[in-house]
Design a protein around this ligand. Structure first.
Ligand code: NI
Length: 197
């Protein structure tokens, strides 16, 4: 029985009853988040499949759109992510994807700035530049190669998650740390502006 399931018993009985396994998320400051993750030797290993299922449960319970294995205390090149249709310009999302040993290459020099957040840095958000248009590849849980092109939010999520495998958190990619903010404070400011209109 993994650490996550023990944590689950203590913290998340409702999720347990539903058959979910919500793992503990490492927070910024944990050394595993600044390490280079190691390769997944066999993506079809049932232990990897079980880990991915737990990562998906953990991500859903935390309300995230992506999660990397080091965030649940496994130093492996393994990520899960999804692209909600509401976050794309064309309204076409991407279903939940698991990818082992992902590799990214920029297909264009252009970058975009946008706010990001991370489940390992709760409550904060900041403006991060990311490649606008990338190609990425890796292995699916069936062991078959996955190769895709991504733009916009999709490209951003993949870059954010793959950064976790390099030991990089989004503040390390920020150009202007003065945009680092508490989400709650930005919400209050937006509310005040709304009310003063
Ligand atoms: Ni993150």
């Amino acid at each position: 029985m993994g650490r996550g399931r023990i944590g689950l018993y203590q913290q998340n009985l409702a999720a347990h009853i539903c058959g979910m396994a919500v793992l503990d998320i490492a927070l910024m400051g944990h050394t595993i988040l600044s390490q280079l993750a190691g390769p997944v030797e066999d993506p079809t290993d049932p232990a990897i499949r079980a880990l991915v299922a737990d990562m998906m449960d953990t991500m859903a319970a935390a309300g995230g759109v992506g999660l990397a294995a080091p965030q649940v205390n496994r130093s492996l090149r393994l990520v899960v992510f999804e692209v909600p249709a509401s976050r794309t310009a064309d309204g076409v999302g991407l279903p939940l994807t698991a990818l082992a040993n992902p590799v990214i290459e920029p297909l264009d020099e252009a970058t975009d700035d946008a706010y990001e957040a991370c489940l390992s840095i709760p409550g904060l958000t900041g403006v991060v530049p990311r490649w606008r248009h990338i190609g990425y590849r890796g292995l699916g849980l069936d062991g078959k190669p996955v190769e895709r092109e991504a733009k916009g939010f999709h490209a951003r999520v993949v870059q954010h998650e793959c950064d976790h495998l390099l030991g990089a958190l989004y503040p390390m990619r920020m150009r202007n740390l003065s945009t680092l903010a508490f989400t709650e404070q930005l919400r209050r400011l937006a509310q005040e502006q709304e009310e003063s209109r």
